[in-house]
Design a protein around this ligand. Sequence first.
Ligand code: PMV
Length: 323
Amino acid sequence: TPVLQTQAEAFAPSNIALCKYWGKRQAALNLPVNSSLSISLGELGTRTRLQVIDAPSDEVWLNGQQLDADSRFVRKVSQFIDLFRSLTPARFRVTTHNNIPTAAGLASSASGFAALTLALAGIYAIPRDGRSLSRIARMGSGSASRSLFCGFAQWHKGELDDGSDSFAEVLSEAWPDLRIGVVEITTAEKSVDSRAGMTRTTDSCLLYEKWPQQAARDLQTLRQAIAAQDFTLLGETAEHNALSMHATMIASWPPLLYWQPASIEAMQQVWQCRAQGIEVYFTMDAGPNIKLLFQQHSIEAVRACFPTMTVVDPWHGPDPLQG
Ligand code: PMV
């Protein structure tokens, strides 16, 4: 039996998809219908520490508080660790901190499962290989497959039924000028999580039939925009992709509308900014908060419209695979 490290620690950044993952072709392994492309959130993410403990079950601490053993979160974490326990059984104290301002209401499942994957790789002495760790992180949360990298990452949907070709990879291009602005609309828990939302969409939305085609086209366009550092093309494509995903949600039954009145106000404000020559675009995930895309030189103009936004520099942060 291989010897376990008794403790390990890792950080992974959160990420925002510019071409969204929406829909599973196979639920158990989190195999997606479409490929997706994201940008990481630099220093904003999750730090997770694992310690082997002599106990009958795992202990999970989130932001300084121990969680109830039968909470959904603890069950998900323990189930994920089971993937590794088949190598060598062990129980863990999992101490996890999100430095994503909770006020920003950003999803932390991507950075959470990526950090947990990296920490488990430390415990089980698994090499920090992007592809294979991405495949594992994917099983915790689809978007976690993209959270092991700094900068742009593309998650290849893959074709195989065993998921071996469904992993994310970092893109070689950097875009140092690119910034993300997180605009908080509400910190309230979302009513329908992404897993349930995807099922509802794929089960009931006829418009969804066109989504794979749109996602494939948008991903191609985003790759061109990144290669050419064409910000207008990047922003327009990301905003259109997000709205198309939300269109399939709204056209599901029962309807899935993640927007709040304040989300719509913020979208309209973005459009007003553009009409005034300020180049800013938005994207949104399965929740009411808005993420802005702009370039460093527009930061003051954008801040004047969105004084409360949190600005993120995607290239300012540790490389999760090195750390
Ligand atoms: O990783 P999940 O299962 O939480 O799904 C993420 C879904 C979106 O955030 C809406 C899109 C994406 O690609 O991140």
